[in-house]
Design a protein around this ligand. Structure first.
Ligand SMILES: Cc1cc2nc3c(=O)[nH]c(=O)nc-3n(C[C@H](O)[C@H](O)[C@H](O)COP(=O)(O)OP(=O)(O)OC[C@H]3O[C@@H](n4cnc5c(N)ncnc54)[C@H](O)[C@@H]3O)c2cc1C
Length: 327
């Protein structure tokens, strides 16, 4: 049986109190929301924080406010189940609904939060193992070792961004609010991620994610397609998020993001440009898929063969855009 290491647990009731604890305890402290990612990681000794700051008692971090016309504010400590059952998200942000609905299992979605999903640790076959397994290979660059076993010549860790909501939030142009003892800032969701499997967030360890804002849904249609071995539950090994805004029959704006094929979500800008200014036809969809799929550069550190994952990128872009056409 894998046991949690010892830690001190704080349950603050305000963001200010939580920020003060993080500031005071420094890098030894971490935030925990639902714990569905962090606790298994702690059992495998990936992270061994001396202090955990639980967010469950901070009311201000929960719930959904606003409307599809003005945009939504989503509290990061809102559970995935609560968001899955939210009528506005289901009706007006279907791509986000699809992503949330596809995360793990109903029981884990009852505990897991959107904030935890946004900050989810990157994943790799050489990392997501227990301590003894990792010690047997002399550890890896992401934790306790020096070598990236997927690409031993690599200077950076290639662990994969495996959050289902990350590419969707980037595609919507969502913004995230961060608070620390030093102040507050708001950045675009896409600015939160870095192509580095170890330092995969631009968020500092003392910063708490306190809100996510989604822009107005008007005239945007969205879709999310996910590749995984088991439909019942599994992390993505490819995610395709598409958002398209129409003016009449013509695509006024298109956003296409790929998840789980790199250390951060990847924007397919050339494909976005190719889609804009004309109707969404089979030809334009085919062109977008052709332009976007080379950006998927999966390496052999998750499930399925690399070539097939890459080829499925092309197929899933087609499927996501075709779904948008019928919405
Ligand atoms: C069997 C299994 C299957 C899974 N399948 C999927 C899947 O298919 N897709 C997927 O995306 N995920 C999957 N997950 C991962 C996880 O369940 C979800 O990502 C979940 O949303 C994480 O949320 P949490 O609240 O439990 O995060 P936690 O475990 O509490 O936290 C995760 C990370 O986020 C940080 N964090 C959390 N909230 C905040 C905040 N407000 N501010 C700053 N930092 C914060 C924590 O410090 C930690 O680093 C799976 C997990 C398991 C165990």
């Amino acid at each position: 049986m894998m046991r949690l290491p010892k830690f001190r647990y704080h349950a603050p009731r305000t963001v200010a109190e939580a920020a003060a604890i993080l500031h005071g305890d420094g890098p030894q402290a971490m935030v925990v929301a639902g714990g569905t990612d962090l606790y298994p990681n702690m059992k495998r000794r990936h992270q061994v924080p001396k202090t955990l700051v639980g967010l469950r008692k901070i009311e201000r971090l929960r719930g959904v406010k606003g409307g599809s016309a003005r945009g939504l504010w989503v509290g990061p400590a809102t559970t995935l189940t609560e968001l899955e059952e939210d009528g506005q998200i289901r009706r007006h942000y279907p791509g986000l609904f699809q992503a949330i609905h596809s995360i793990s299992t109903p029981i884990l979605r009852n505990m897991g939060t959107i904030g935890g999903n946004i900050c989810l640790d990157t994943r790799c076959n050489y990392y997501d193992q227990n301590y003894e397994w990792r010690r047997a290979i002399n550890f890896c660059m992401k934790c306790d070792g020096d070598t990236c076993w997927v690409a031993p010549g690599s200077d950076i860790c290639l662990a994969v961004s495996s959050s289902d909501t990350a590419p969707v939030l980037c595609a919507y142009g969502a913004r995230v609010h961060l608070v620390s003892k030093k102040g507050e800032r708001t950045i675009e969701a896409k600015e939160l991620y870095k192509r580095d499997g170890i330092h995969y967030l631009t968020k500092r360890p003392d910063e708490i994610l306190t809100g996510i804002t989604l822009p107005p849904a008007a005239r945007w249609r969205s879709s999310y397609r996910k590749l995984r071995r088991r439909e019942a539950f599994d992390f993505p090994v490819l995610g395709v998020a598409a958002c398209v805004r129409f003016e009449g029959d013509v695509v006024a704006d298109a956003r296409l993001w790929l998840g789980a094929v790199s250390m951060a979500p990847v924007q397919a800008t050339q494909a976005e440009t190719a889609l804009a200014g004309r109707p969404l036809t089979e030809e334009s969809i085919e062109e977008a898929a052709r332009l976007a799929y080379p950006l998927a550069k999966p390496v052999d550190n998750t499930d399925f063969g690399v070539r097939w994952r890459k080829e499925m990128t092309r197929q899933f872009i087609r499927e996501a855009l075709l779904e948008i056409r019928t919405r």
